[in-house]
Design a protein around this ligand. Sequence first.
Ligand code: NAD
Length: 358
Amino acid sequence: MPTVPAAALEALAFAVARGWGSAEEEARIVARHLVEANLAGHDSHGVGMLPTYVRLAREGLLVPNRALEVVVDSGAVLVLEAGRGVGQRMAHEAVELGIARSRTLGASVVALRNSAHIGRIGAYGEQAARAGMAFVAFVDVADHDPIVAPYGAAEARLGTNPFCAAVPGSEGDEPVVLLDMATSTIAFGKARVARNKGLPVPEGTLIDRDGNPTTDPGPMVDRFEGALTAFGLHKGSGLAILCELLGAALTGGQTITRPMRHGVVNNMLAILVDPARLAPEGGTGEAVAAVVAWIRAARPAPGFDRVRVPGEPERESRVRRLAHGIPIDARTLAEILDAAAALGLDRAALVRGLEEVP
Ligand code: NAD
């Protein structure tokens, strides 16, 4: 598969975001976020999202240059209405506000309502951790058909509701641990890739329309027949439900039960804590490092080269992809260029731009 340097993809994403009407700073935030998702190895949340965003912008379901509206400000609690604003900017600004509050108060709770798709949630864990804050986020996905079955159900009732938690190291550094995951066993995008390649999905990841386990992704991908399973049986399903409740139902955001317009809406409840306020006597940095070292030093099981903590695979991917480029398949690139052309951008100039960046 051809690879493209990160800078070239970022320039392409920036041009597309400018094309749908985002001002420079907003376009810069989206482009950087998407390429960072690709670098982290999460192509499902990278530049391949651009065609969807273009469709949403053209249908008025993603609103460029929307300012966050403060609905509640009671010091440690902020509720922010995003009104389908460009999600990466809405969430970035919401987390910045949370960081500032947590510096003053020790902790804050930030509810972001009704944003357009906010992308890779780990980006916000990294943002908080670089500012020295521990971070926990419960996120729901609304405004489109449910695709995940709760434990024991024969049909979908939820989105892929992501959960994220980050533990900071020193200020300015990447998080020591960053857990960032969908609560479905596999992402919908992975089922689509398997269907396109004519491959089965792993056992336990899908049910058919009668609720029986299946490894055939075709009916789900082509007709939304059946559902993805939640990860970890009843436990992961419980977390997915809590993401729906804490992320959206409790904060006044759009839940999966509300009428949909076939866009993508994310609601996020984020909790940011300054660890220095939890243990003013100090030493927590050493305790965190000791736990992480203890885990990583475990004897690897057969088939594993070594034991990693959450966040490590993404960091390894970033190093690899910065050095060797981001693999991007012809179909994804063609879809991005088609979407750009639909916005009136010059396809030939965009292709030249991809080739010119060293
Ligand atoms: P995943 O299954 O690839 O990884 C989940 C987590 O497991 C990560 O924290 C990763 O570091 C960790 N991990 C993976 N392999 C590991 C290993 N060998 N050892 C230790 N830890 C390991 O991720 P996913 O569930 O497919 O989610 C992909 C992305 O999709 C995430 O960035 C998520 O935020 C995003 N997402 C966004 C939305 C949305 O609506 N905005 C919805 C769902 C998912």
